[in-house]
Every structure is written in C-alpha cells, then in structure tokens.
Design a protein around this ligand. Structure first.
Ligand code: COA
Length: 162
C-alpha cells in the first residue's frame, strides 16, 4: 500500500521494539514520519534533539523514514504533514485501555485521522523505554533491547556504568 503514516511517541530512548513496529509499518506504508514528542510531562532523560538524533542514526539505512520532533497535539502534527494515519504499537492487553482512549480522543478531535495498531514481536512485548533505563542504570547491559548506538548514548547519561 502506498501512503504516509506518522509513528508518534516519546522514544526516550528508541528501543528494538519501536524499530520492530517501524519496520512493520514500512511493509504497509511507503513513507513513515517518526514524530518525537517533547513529552515534558514525562520528564525525559534525553532531550528531544538527542532522541531525534538517536533515531536518525539507527534508521539511516531505512528507506522512506523521516524523523521530526513535535510539540503540542499529535493530530496537529499529523495534519501539518498531510497525513491521515497514526501508527501505534500494542504490546500487551495492558496497553489497550490507554491506547483506546487516545485513539478515540484523536478521532473525536480529527475525524479523518485513523489509528492503526501493530503488534511487535513477542520478544519485545515486555519492553519499554523505562525498563531499559532502569536496567542500564543498575549496571546491566541492554544490548539485546536497544541498538549499540543507543547503549553508547545511555553511558553518557549514566557515567557510573562505564
Ligand atoms: N516496543 C517497546 N516499547 C514500546 C513500544 C514498542 N513497540 N511501544 C510503546 N512502547 C513503550 C515506550 O517505550 C514507552 O515506555 P515508557 O513509558 O517506559 O517510556 C511506553 O510504551 C509508551 O510510550 P510511547 O510509545 O513513547 O508513547 P507515549 O505514551 O510516551 O507518547 C504520544 C504517546 C506522544 C503519542 C502521546 O503522548 C501524544 O500524542 N502526545 C501529544 C499530545 C496529545 O496529542 N495529547 C492528546 C492525545 S489524545
């Protein structure tokens, strides 16, 4: 299928689970914009610029992917890029309620914008950026869960792990 989809998230930092969803999305859409939300409320470890830079680095071999930071409502970002589809990953039933709420609210705010849910590989269904940060900060390698480049950047935030 041709077309453009937006994959929004905080990506603090991007994990192999996010990349799995991105690759699945590219099998359906020929262009994907990864929207990196500032997400001030989540008090991210990495700045939005750092999160964009990491994503650009780890997706540089992908065809049809652009990475951009955005502030404010996701539907405004999606509209500003002339897109109509939001991609979200669903890892487990526990994601469902929050994702349903967001999808229905976004539909209420912008009726033409559709949310498409994709399931990552089962091996990533327990993964989250918070868990990666926690494990890493406690001295364990996260090389099975994030690209090498992301692990290097985590060392800069947790110097005691070097
Ligand atoms: N693999 C691994 N982890 C995944 C994942 C996957 N496939 N999909 C989601 N996650 C994890 C993330 O790592 C993150 O973990 P964390 O909470 O430990 O950091 C968690 O699931 C959910 O985060 P993420 O996918 O980054 O989304 P988010 O919930 O932080 O942000 C936005 C979602 C940015 C789309 C949403 O907040 C938003 O739209 N913000 C803009 C404001 C707005 O429009 N609000 C109204 C919405 S109705």
């Amino acid at each position: 299928m041709k077309g453009l989809a937006v994959y929004p998230g905080t990506f603090d930092p991007v994990t192999n689970g996010h990349l799995d969803i991105l690759q699945r999305g590219l099998e359906i859409f020929d262009r994907m914009i990864v929207g990196v939300a500032y997400s001030h409320r989540k008090n991210p470890l990495f700045t939005a610029e750092e999160r964009v830079e990491m994503l650009r680095n780890v997706t540089r071999e992908y065809q049809g992917v652009e990475i951009e930071a955005f502030e404010g409502l996701v539907i405004n970002f999606v509209r500003s890029r002339n897109a109509e589809v939001i991609i979200r990953g669903l890892r487990a039933v526990s994601d469902f309620e929050y994702e349903l709420q967001m999808a229905l609210m976004n539909r209420k705010l912008a009726g033409n914008i559709k949310t498409v849910f994709m399931m990552p590989s089962a091996e990533y269904s327990f993964l989250s950026s918070s868990i990666v940060k926690e494990i890493f900060s406690l001295g364990k390698s996260v090389s099975c869960f994030v690209p090498d480049y992301v692990e290097q950047q985590l060392h800069t935030k947790f110097p005691h792990t070097r």
